[in-house]
Write a protein that binds this ligand. Sequence first.
Ligand SMILES: [Zn+2]
Length: 262
Amino acid sequence: MQIAKACLALLLLLNGIVGCAQNRTTWNNKKCAVALTYDDALNIHLDKVIPALDSMGFKATFYLIGSSDAFTKRIPAWRKAAANGHELGNHTLFHPCYGKRPGREWVRPDYDLNNYTMLRAVNEIKMNSALLEATDGKKRRTLACPCGDSKVADSSFLYKVKDDFVAMRDGTPDADEVNGFGGRTIQWMAPNGNTGTQLIDAVKRAMESNALVIFVFHGVGGDHSINVSAEAHRELLQFLKKNESQVWVAPFVDIAASMKKQ
Ligand SMILES: [Zn+2]
């Protein structure tokens, strides 16, 4: 999938680490927090990922593109997932990214963020939120920018939509400013071909540094060019289950709300 290929450069950027000291009570009285997030509204999320999460009692965040087939053709399934505790996050209506960058040939001119006005960018995000609210009945959710791109000309649209969201999933300076999480350690991992051990090591690092680690998944066992195997994903879930007393696994909206409260 073209959108899929597109996100990789951004995701690598998100692999940075920002941090400061904090105490153990930060993460629901556990050592660390894990936000499992899945981008781009994929059929495999409904067919394989959600059943795997539900079998272990974990709730996650799915960043949905309102115009995607896997959303428009399967709204009742997403509604059921939300009723079951998963977050339907906003990944915009048409997934606009900057097309004039290396590796971004897949971006259609109509959906090149360089060609957007601020009003169009904001309106499409708000329309996607309306679609998601019509699906899950909820007003609280988070936003993840496609490819991490959020600027129209020199201004970020995040400031225009910040009151519509509990938080932004991205690690850009604008998202940091809008989120105002303060001195928390936040780590990102955007898996692509990683082994189960590598995924687990990311959680171990978060446990050691009392951090929140945000996993940015796309395909799991296929359905996207950015992908991890179903086996690696299962190994991660099994590790999280085994360490449930020390690791807080929750939708990003809940972790972000907790961070803001503190
Ligand atoms: Zn995306």
